[in-house]
Design a protein around this ligand. Structure first.
Ligand code: ADP
Ligand code: GLC
Length: 481
């Protein structure tokens, strides 16, 4: 089967979160099943600079007012994965990030930038002489690609099937309805059954109502988003498509996240010989300015500093956490208020709390390996990858029982095959209660070691997810013919 992946980020070329990890890894799993995958990405400066083996560019016609655009077939730098780079300098050759300008504001033309990405995907999908390769399935990811099935419907004819994956329902790509002519979407789609959303238009809703099949990144999140508490105003829309919705748990790239071969960490280790982990802990304490205390449980936190991730719960609980003898290391960036609070915590508790504001892939590995415990207290979490990395590094996760966190971590209290700790509620007291349980197990090194071993031996490879997606692609393809 020929599959076109379309997304706004892919590791290692461009990454702001887990979406990039998924798009960088899942296609490789399809290839090992014998399928042909290409990944269409916007030509941001970092993508243009780092793809390898670029071929002759294919000229593209209409580019929604952005001037000339081209499609460059190339390869990912770290693998033989095929990428198609949408080179349109006026849309993508900018400083700042994929979605935000250097001051942290949304690019004012994000509607047209990602409509262009979607339009080019649809163009590749219908064939139309652009390139010989034509996909059987377009797999679109998140709101930035939500218009793909709209364009496919507009152009009719023989089109490939379109599977749309929701990585996070909270980000919806909502714009004023007056953008429609600029993105060349027929006004007939601006209805309550179409992409209209409370008087605006939503790219995410466009994908939800028009794709052939929907998926999200864990079974629990698939259920949660059909309820008002997690549906971000779209629970009714999602529920109306429940027959064509599956939750498929993400995998992780077990080559990149492997403590036995990881070159970013101080010493390699395995489930059979975990001795290197103590070296990693000492190194993390030293690099973070924490007191070199091998006996103190070291709690790691890593992620975007936004309401979703619940860092405020940790900060509220911090005095109690430190009273239990924990050290805390935090890495993240995002909301200015949360960044400030994390920095203030480090100043208030020198040697016991360390904060690294910013994005540092290498230090993320150091935290996953060097911490004893890894907390993910998210209010909602479609899947979450860092808790799975933690399991693989024998760093026992403490997660809020929601979304993919609930699907990937088994609490030691509820099962003899537990791999971590889960809690309900969203208050400092709830977090402190679970961390007290963690502390008691930590004080029993033999029992702790057993759980670590089980956690490290869990298989989170992408193969199982790829087989599931492949079944859906078959269903969609059959429904088209
Ligand atoms: P989300 O996609 O919601 O941000 P995930 O857990 O799915 O959450 O993925 C987050 C990814 O981004 C992981 O690979 C994690 O290691 C990485 N990450 C997040 N924040 C940082 C940071 N400040 N520095 C390095 N890596 C980070
Ligand atoms: C989103 C979600 C996260 C998920 C990631 C990859 O960013 O917030 O939970 O792991 O996508 O699917």
């Amino acid at each position: 089967m020929r599959i076109l992946f379309v997304a706004s980020e892919a590791f290692p070329l461009v990454k702001t979160g887990g979406l990039a990890d998924v798009v960088g890894a899942l296609p490789k799993a399809f290839r090992s099943l014998g399928d042909e995958v290409r990944v269409l990405l916007p030509g941001y400066p970092e993508v243009m600079a780092h793809v390898v083996q670029p071929c002759l560019p294919l000229p593209l016609g209409d580019s929604l007012g952005f001037g000339p655009a081209r499609l460059i077939p190339a390869r990912m730098p770290d693998s033989t994965l095929d990428v198609l780079v949408l080179d349109c300098p006026e849309a993508f050759a900018r400083p700042g990030g994929p979605y935000l300008d250097p001051q942290g504001r949304d690019w004012p033309d994000n509607d047209r930038r990602f409509a262009l990405l979607s339009r080019v995907a649809a163009l590749i999908g219908i064939g139309g002489g652009l390139m010989e390769w034509q996909p059987d399935i377009i797999h679109a990811h998140d709101w930035q690609t939500g218009l793909i099935p709209i364009y496919l419907k507009q152009w009719r004819g023989h089109t490939p099937g379109c599977v749309f994956t929701i990585h996070n329902l909270h980000y919806q790509g909502v714009f004023h309805a007056h953008v429609l002519p600029g993105i060349a979407v027929d006004p007939s789609f601006n209805t309550v059954d179409g992409m209209e959303f409370y008087g605006n238009v939503s790219f995410l809703k466009a994908g939800l109502v028009t794709a052939d099949f929907l998926t999200t990144v864990s079974p629990t999140y698939a259920k949660e988003i059909q309820t008002p508490a997690y549906g971000c105003g779209l629970d009714g829309v999602v529920a109306s498509r429940s027959d064509q919705l599956r939750g498929i748990l993400n995998g992780i790239d077990q080559d990149i996240w492997n403590p036995a071969t990881d070159t970013e960490i101080a010493a390699p280790y395995t489930a059979a010989d975990i001795s290197g982990k103590a070296v990693c802990k000492a190194q993390l304490q030293a690099a973070s300015g924490l007191t070199p205390a091998p006996e103190a449980p070291l709690l790691g936190l890593l992620g975007r500093l936004v309401w979703q991730k619940g860092m405020d719960i940790v900060l509220d609980a911090l005095p109690g956490i430190l009273d239990m003898g924990y050290q805390v290391v935090i890495q993240g960036s995002g909301d200015a208020g949360l960044e400030r609070r994390c920095c203030e915590a480090a100043e208030a508790f020198p040697g016991r709390v360390a904060t690294h504001i910013g994005y540092d892939e290498s230090f993320a590995h150091a935290i996953e390996a060097g911490a004893d415990v890894f907390a993910v207290p998210s209010r909602f979490e479609p899947c979450g990858l860092t808790q799975m990395y933690a399991l693989r590094y024998g760093t026992l996760p403490v997660v809020r029982r929601t979304g993919g966190l609930a699907d990937s971590v088994v609490d030691v209290a509820s099962s003899s095959v537990g791999t971590g700790f889960a809690f309900d509620g969203d208050t400092a007291a709830d977090l402190l209660a679970v961390l007290a349980r963690v502390r008691s197990l930590f004080d029993h090194p033999v029992a702790w070691r057993e759980v670590q071993k089980r956690a490290m031996e869990k298989d989170f490879s992408w193969r199982a997810a790829a087989v599931h997606y492949r079944e859906l692609y078959d269903i969609v393809q059959k429904s088209k013919s």
